[in-house]
Design a protein around this ligand. Structure first.
Ligand code: HEM
Length: 420
């Protein structure tokens, strides 16, 4: 598919009548969006996505330099309430309501609110806490592999990549073992249903049960603090400032949405990249000390997050011969930026020793991923143990039959059958 003509027409007419011709979500583009993104990067670095998402039609940036720009320009906001034209009293504006309640956290606000929230949360999210999770992550990984390996085959996603991060987040928050089955059930429904189908009744019920549960857990931890993140978040205080109950719940939600499926996709996509490049896999098996740089390359080459979260232009902005109007939504493609030949030599080569590797899979600037150290740790332990204990690991199906999630925000497979 060489689509220059379509993109050019599309750019000229903005929402061209034939925009459906650019099928962003065709199975082939979901499976391997890279040729298509390379085409956009070269011929149409700023286009409007041909589908309405979150109440508007977003602009998409595909070049590395433009992605950095989007993450730092002061005419761009992350705060929906600052979007020109927003009427917070409009009962039909669900996004405004969400922005004033459950969805008000570090990732949806600008400074100074962001600075305040991030520094409070950062105090609880310490390197020590992450280091202490090391042993627990190893224990969970061992348990999952003990259960799956003797069968000789497994679905790497549902039997390994999903249960690991969800259990780690539950542990980190201090959800008691006896409640973890409920936690996993709510989380799976909220993250999978909620993101894909925001009107879903199952998601709404799960959200409600989740909020009630956490309000109860906050009370428990206020009375008897532990060494978990919730107790830490309740205790953090800076110059007399504390997180409100609503900020606490929003933060717990954010940790789930930001830290769960992203890590699932790092384990899934990362394993796939290794299996598709046997020489690199052999190099890593023979020299496990390469794991940290291999993880960085997995994040760059076929990262877990396709697009940045949405931002809004606060004024008209001219770019690449077009005008982003005040109030328009804008996002950047991390998958594309991380393969930009202007920054990465041989960007389509998977090289686990790549150095330097300035990928932006964890974002850039003030919203840079707070969970990056944890994600790197989980990825290294998961991949390291898997390679160690499954010396004959192989994909059990053809690569082009793998089913990918039909979303551009997150980039990952629904299932990944492997033999071990
Ligand atoms: C491989 C796994 C992960 C990837 C690829 C990833 C990626 C990202 C990206 C790209 C952003 C910035 C989004 C933007 O600016 O639009 C972000 C922000 C964030 N991530 Fe992660 N993430 C991962 C894992 C985690 C984990 C495990 C946690 C915590 C449990 C976490 C917590 C956060 C938080 C709190 C933010 C918001 C920071 C802020 O706004 O200041 N992430 N992440």
């Amino acid at each position: 598919m060489k689509g220059d003509v379509i993109y050019l027409e599309y750019n000229r007419f903005m929402l061209a009548p034939d925009f459906t011709a650019v099928d962003f979500r065709s199975p082939a583009n979901l499976r391997n969006p890279h040729p298509f993104l390379a085409d956009l990067r070269e011929h149409a670095p700023l286009i409007r996505l041909p589908f309405p998402e979150q109440g508007g039609v977003p602009w998409l940036l595909t070049r590395y330099e433009d992605a950095l720009w989007l993450h730092k320009d002061e005419r761009i906001t992350k705060d929906y309430l600052k979007r020109p034209g927003v009427d917070v009293s409009d009962p039909n504006d669900i996004q405004a309501m969400a922005a004033m309640s459950i969805n008000r956290h570090v990732l949806t606000v600008d400074p100074p609110d962001h600075t305040r929230l991030r520094s409070l949360v950062h105090k609880a999210f310490t390197p020590r806490m992450i280091r202490e999770l090391d042993g627990r992550i190893r224990q969970i990984t061992t348990g999952l592999l003990d259960a799956a390996l003797p069968k000789g085959h497994m679905d790497l996603i549902s039997e390994f990549a999903i249960p690991l991060p969800v259990t780690v987040i539950a542990d980190m928050l201090g959800v008691p073992m006896s409640d973890q089955d409920n936690f996993r059930r709510w989380t799976t429904v909220i993250v999978s249903e909620g993101i894909r189908n925001s009107g879903s009744e199952a998601a709404a019920t799960a959200v409600l049960e989740f909020i009630m549960y956490f309000n109860w857990l906050f009370d428990q931890r206020r009375e008897a603090p532990g060494d978990d993140l919730i107790s830490g978040l309740l205790a953090v205080e800076e110059a007399g400032d504390k997180l409100s109950q609503q900020e606490l719940i929003s933060m717990v939600f954010l940790l789930l949405v930001a830290g769960y499926e992203t890590t699932v996709n790092l384990i899934g996509n990362g394993t796939l990249s290794l299996l598709q490049h046997p020489a690199e896999l052999a190099k890593l098996r023979s020299n496990p000390a390469l794991m940290p740089s291999a993880i960085e390359e997995m994040l760059r080459y076929n990262g877990p997050v396709g697009l940045s979260t949405i931002r809004w232009a606060m004024e008209d902005i001219e770019m690449h011969g077009q005008r982003i109007d005040a109030g328009d939504m804008v996002a950047a493609s991390y998958l594309s930026a991380n393969r930009d030949p202007a920054v990465f030599e041989n960007p389509d080569t998977f090289d686990i020793t790549r150095d330097p590797n300035p990928h932006i899979a964890f974002g850039f600037g003030i919203h840079y991923c707070l969970g990056a150290p944890l994600a790197r740790l989980e990825g290294s332990i998961a991949l390291g143990s898997l390679l160690d204990r499954a010396p004959n690991l192989e994909l059990a199906v053809e690569t082009d039959t793998l089913d990918w999630h039909p979303m551009m925000t997150l980039h990952g497979m629904k299932a990944m059958p492997v033999s071990v």
